[in-house]
Write a protein that binds this ligand. Structure first.
Ligand code: URA
Length: 238
């Protein structure tokens, strides 16, 4: 909206507005003072070209930034970024480690075998995939599915933070050791992280086994169920 129209609207609403009088042109001495003013003062001086204040964050710009991201070397080897999917106003946010091969090809998180088990884990909680928002610590696949490197986690950190801020979940499920350690900024082993409720910016975080691990380790499925029950209890009592 142009300024004149904005002023008309404000006036019509009965809101008094201060409009600065056109300043007289500085005389020669004043001009010298302005020209020699410290750069800090010049930077503070109002201009007709004030930079636009950044507006509130939004999904469109975040998604576009992630898609074009070149902050770390994974951009060289990815097929595409994997932003995240699901309900953007979900109560539950599920955060995994990084895209694997299937995710890199399809552009969706948790769509391979581990993803199918994750879907079942959610179903056990009475949740469909579409009910939750699913994202990863990294938005790009590490080649050969190696563990994410610290600099990659750092480079991607702000994207996940912005996703969390946009979703505002009531509970976060951290899926697997790497996701839990990165989210909670700890090096504690999974055995010490699961089975309790952590908090991240006032949001409860429950750590669960990674479904890829559960596919290899049947005996831990019972413990995985206990983790899910802890998550549900935390959610319903929160
Ligand atoms: N494992 C993850 O941690 N995330 C995915 O998206 C897929 C597999």
């Amino acid at each position: 909206m142009d300024n004149a129209l904005r002023l008309q609207y404000l006036e019509a609403m009965g809101i008094d507005i201060w409009v600065p009088r056109a300043a007289p042109a500085p005389d020669r001495d004043e001009q010298l003072l302005i020209d020699n003013a410290a750069p800090e003062a010049a930077a503070l001086a109002p201009t007709d070209h004030e930079p636009a204040q950044p507006g509130p964050d939004n999904w469109e710009s975040l998604q576009a930034e992630v898609a074009a991201c070149r902050k770390c070397a994974l951009c060289e080897t990815r097929t595409q970024t994997v932003f995240g999917t699901g309900n953007k106003q979900a109560d539950w946010m599920v955060i995994g480690e990084a895209p694997g091969q299937s995710e890199d090809l399809q552009g969706q998180p948790f769509v391979g075998k581990a993803g199918q088990l994750l879907t079942e884990m959610l179903r056990a909680l009475g949740l469909a995939r579409e009910d939750v928002f699913i994202a990863n610590i990294l938005k790009c696949r590490p080649p050969g599915n190696r563990d994410p490197k610290p600099d990659e986690i750092d480079a991607c950190h702000a994207y996940l933070q912005r996703q969390r801020a946009l979703v505002q979940p009531r509970i976060i499920l951290a899926v697997g050791r790497i996701a839990a350690q990165a989210l909670l900024k700890t090096e504690a082993p999974l055995a010490r992280l699961r089975g309790k409720v952590h908090t991240l910016d006032e949001t409860p975080v429950v750590v669960v086994y990674h479904p890829a691990y559960l596919l290899r380790s049947l005996p831990d499925k019972r413990k995985a169920w206990m983790d899910l029950q802890l998550a549900m209890k935390t959610y319903t009592e929160g």
